[in-house]
Design a protein around this ligand. Structure first.
Ligand SMILES: N[C@@H](CCC(=O)N[C@@H](CS)C(=O)NCC(=O)O)C(=O)O
Length: 268
């Protein structure tokens, strides 16, 4: 069961909440500052091909991703919260780069994100979060029971909240004048129910899996940050809104758009 908050919740002043929770506007705006800090010192450099140069392979963490991809955003957020520098490879999904034979050597499911850490290559965003949590000993829970609770939420995220991402994708790719595809209404209803469920849960629990931020919060935050693009107004989910504000106060937290470059990046 999620831990209850001890002190009564402080109301977020309406004007501030409105400002911050125009999500793709405001969560983003208030997050850009911390994201810039996290990216400070990083040099931008173009690299061709997706293979990892030998000299780098042993020492560098490389994130392969796409700037509109929230699964990629989860991993970038985790790395920023850990304060870890990493190289970034832009996989241009719109140009079909994820289907290239070069990228197939990196990503077994031909999707973003993928994370290379020396010889280790990990795919599936939530598995990457678990990998990083284990490696750095942060945000992954301390006891087996905590880790199980977090894993439950990660599975819930993939099962339920990912529908928000699917709605966002369908809306973004729908041609003007064309009727919405029939699955959209189903996915919208499922995404709305998930947001309502999460909102109720966060009325009882300071963070998703208890009193402290974990990779469950990180996975979920990336979707909530783009909820408006899927047609959901965060103002309708006040507990979710307050939680997002708590998240934004944590070191390194930024909107995924502010964390993800649109081209290759080599850390300093
Ligand atoms: N369950 C995967 C989903 C990854 C995913 O859907 N990636 C999308 C971009 S957001 C992708 O690579 N799409 C291309 C494709 O599936 O062909 C994860 O969480 O990593």
């Amino acid at each position: 069961m999620a831990a209850k908050k001890k002190s009564p919740k402080k109301a977020v002043p309406k004007a501030k909440a409105k400002k911050v929770l125009k999500a793709t506007g405001a969560i983003k705006v208030s997050a850009v500052k911390s994201a810039k800090k996290a990216a400070k010192g990083a040099k931008i450099k173009k690299i061709s091909g997706y293979d990892i140069p030998k000299a780098q392979a042993a020492t560098r963490v490389v994130l392969y991703g796409f700037h509109r991809s929230m699964p990629t955003g989860k991993v970038a957020l985790m790395l920023a919260m850990l304060g870890e520098s990493y190289d970034y490879r832009h996989i241009d999904l719109r140009a079909g780069a994820h289907k290239s034979p070069d990228y197939a050597k990196v990503a077994r499911f031909a999707q973003v994100p993928a994370l290379a850490d020396g010889d280790e290559i990990v795919v599936q965003s939530n598995v990457i979060l678990q990998y990083l949590a284990e490696k750095f000993g942060k945000f992954g829970g301390k006891t087996p029971a905590e880790r199980r609770r977090i894993a439950e939420w990660l599975a819930w995220d993939l099962d339920k909240l990912t529908t928000l991402g699917q709605v966002r994708f369908l809306r973004a790719t729908q041609q003007p004048g064309q009727p919405p595809i029939p699955a959209l209404a189903f996915l919208e209803a499922r995404a709305r129910m998930s947001l309502e469920f999460l909102d109720r849960h966060l009325g009882q629990s300071k963070f998703v899996a208890g009193l402290h931020p974990t990779i469950a919060d990180i996975a979920i935050f990336a979707w909530i940050a783009v909820a408006e693009e899927a047609g959901f107004d965060p103002a309708h989910f006040p507990n979710l809104r307050d939680w997002a504000l708590r998240m934004l106060k944590l070191p390194g937290v930024g909107h995924p758009y502010a964390l993800l470059p649109t081209e290759d990046k080599v850390s300093a």
